[in-house]
Design a protein. Sequence first.
Length: 157
Amino acid sequence: MKIKLSNALAARPFPGGKAAGRGAFSLLEVMVAIAIFFVGSFAILSLISASLANVARLQRPTVDASPVLARYAATNSLIEGTYQGSLGEPQLLGKEYADFNYIVDIEEIASNHLYSVRCVIMPAMGHKNAVSDMMTVLYRPQSPPGSMDGGIGVPGH
């Protein structure tokens, strides 16, 4: 009596009650597998996207107005007016920042030589939106008379 092994296994049910010769997945199993695959894929894609954004942020230099304001804070006297230049100047930040310009507006805000120094950093080319806008107040008694003291900046002089 010879029994084929494959027929013997097909005839015997498994403990779950299903036959051994089952050859396909149910629709529900396929849908669950696809859902798990897509959830994993989107999680990996969001991680890659966040990593690329961080890399781009690290490559772009961060710029603020503090080096320019520090230059004016280190001087003994201030003269009212508007001054501009490039952050790429060697005494400021160097050639890596040559893509940015600054505009400084110095104005006497009190008659005791109290000055407002406002600095705006903008890209040298492209859009003209301010990258950084900072202001500080400096007391410089050695400065020449300003607009509040009847000096430079008074209309008509």
